[in-house]
Design a protein around this ligand. Structure first.
Ligand code: ZN
Length: 144
């Protein structure tokens, strides 16, 4: 996925960027959704972590994700509201075909149309303070 993140006027709290997840945010600023991969055993992991849970290696690189996702589960949050988001807020846990899951807000369709197993797309959204977060959006043409 190599689309430049669309702008959003909301501001999210400043994200905690560490030496373990800096690569992910650097790639997101370039419009790339990436996944950390262990270079010892090839296990993919998300969110970023310093060591591989499978083989305990500290060696890793990152691979590009395609942006496709399948809704694994979701919840609709009503409280407490954060001014960065519109409420009620749907939060989805989505499976990527690469083999990881990602957690993100869901936008672009009403909550009563959410169906476990439905296809979604991951878009990187730039918020008003420059922070970039993934967002799950409907696949064009998909009817649920
Ligand atoms: Zn490993």
């Amino acid at each position: 996925m190599t689309n430049k993140p669309p702008e959003r006027t909301s501001t999210v709290p400043r994200l905690v960027v560490t030496q373990d997840n800096q690569f992910w945010f650097d790639a997101a600023r370039e419009g790339r959704l990436v996944i950390q991969r262990c270079t010892n055993c090839a296990e993919l992991r998300h969110p970023p972590a310093p060591a591989c849970a499978a083989c305990h290696s500290f060696d890793w690189d990152a691979v590009d994700a395609g942006g496709d996702a399948t809704l694994h589960s979701y919840t609709v949050v009503h409280h407490p509201p954060d001014p960065a988001f519109e409420y009620p807020l749907a939060i989805g846990l989505a499976d990527l075909p690469e083999g990881i899951r990602i957690l993100a807000d869901i936008a672009g369709l009403s909550h009563d149309r959410l169906v476990i197993g439905m296809p979604l797309r991951i878009t990187l959204v730039r918020h008003g303070n420059g922070e970039i977060l993934p967002q799950l959006q409907p696949v064009e043409g998909h009817r649920s």
